[in-house]
Design a binder for this molecule. Structure first.
Ligand SMILES: O=C(O)CCC(=O)C(=O)O
Length: 279
């Protein structure tokens, strides 16, 4: 079973998130869920290679997988993390996007995105970033593995820190066994910390924010199976962004000047390139 926290524990975790900009959650996934999710990742890679984006030799992402399979719905709705997200965001919480991330072994340890804030890369627009991400670990992340690294408090008290001024070793490496989750504010400065002897690291990642008539990214379609759900245990507006077409200007939006012939994969590579140039 994945872990259900008491109300008191949820409040403590939400407070830690508010202060630090992130919180680590142990046992967010059960052994059985890990086995199923790992098999579902393999199946998806095999059957829908066109949905996979390659950002570098170590960075592969399955985007827009929800129309292909319901295998990951349970990750988006995972009660261990959703209970904490509800305390952080409130009952107006909505789902934004979902991706599978693989970080492969590499000798190229320079990370493609470097230290960054998500969604909007321009420093002067950092207060527009208002979303929370959950990263679920599908493989063990030890000190020898590629890991997620974050600079605490840069979502709030240290919000004026510029990612370009952060040194390589300045972050906290968030390690943990498979089944761990990290919940982080998309405004907190973070990056992938690549290690020379790492095996493949596997994570699932979802973003959430408050309901408004705007999405943070247009890469994940929300299929009817999700928005037509009437599940009283889910937040009221959880999938209400399924038909929102207004997208925040940033790395989640297809630039108007790009050729319609480009694949989503090529578009995401290009927005990431422009995002780096805008920092
Ligand atoms: O954990 C990683 O490897 C990188 C994560 C990242 O950069 C992101 O979520 O934006």
């Amino acid at each position: 079973m994945n872990h259900i926290h008491t109300t008191r524990q949820i409040e403590t975790l939400a407070r830690e998130f508010e202060e630090q900009g992130y919180v680590k959650v142990e046992n967010a996934l059960s052994r059985e869920q890990l086995t199923r999710f790992n098999a579902a990742v393999d199946r998806h890679r095999e059957s829908h290679p066109e949905r996979w984006v390659e950002l570098s030799d170590s960075f592969r992402e399955g985007t827009n997988v929800l129309p292909d399979t319901e295998d990951f719905d349970e990750a988006i709705e995972n009660s261990t993390t959703l209970d904490i997200l509800r305390a952080i965001i409130g009952e107006d919480i909505t789902f934004e996007e979902f991706a599978i991330m693989l970080r492969d072994s590499t000798s190229n340890l320079g990370e493609i995105k470097g230290w960054h804030r998500d969604i909007v890369r321009e420093y002067d627009r950092r207060m527009e970033i208002d979303a929370v991400s959950v990263m679920l670990y599908l493989s063990d992340v030890t000190e020898n593995d590629h890991c997620f690294s974050i600079v605490p408090e840069t979502h709030s008290r240290l919000v004026d820190v510029n990612p370009l001024d952060v040194d390589p070793g300045d972050g906290i490496d968030v390690l943990g066994p498979a089944g761990t989750a990290v919940i982080f504010h998309a405004r907190a400065i973070h990056c992938g910390h690549l290690k020379p002897n790492s095996g493949q690291r596997r994570t699932l990642q979802a973003y959430y924010s408050r309901w408004r008539n705007q999405r943070t990214a247009e890469w994940s379609d929300i299929p009817e199976r999700l928005y037509a759900k009437s599940d009283p245990t889910l937040p009221r507006r959880f999938y209400d962004k399924w038909n929102v077409t207004r997208i925040l200007e940033g790395v989640g939006k297809r630039p108007a000047d790009l050729s319609p012939d480009l694949s989503v994969s090529e578009v995401i590579q290009e927005v990431q390139r422009r995002g780096r140039a805008a920092m």
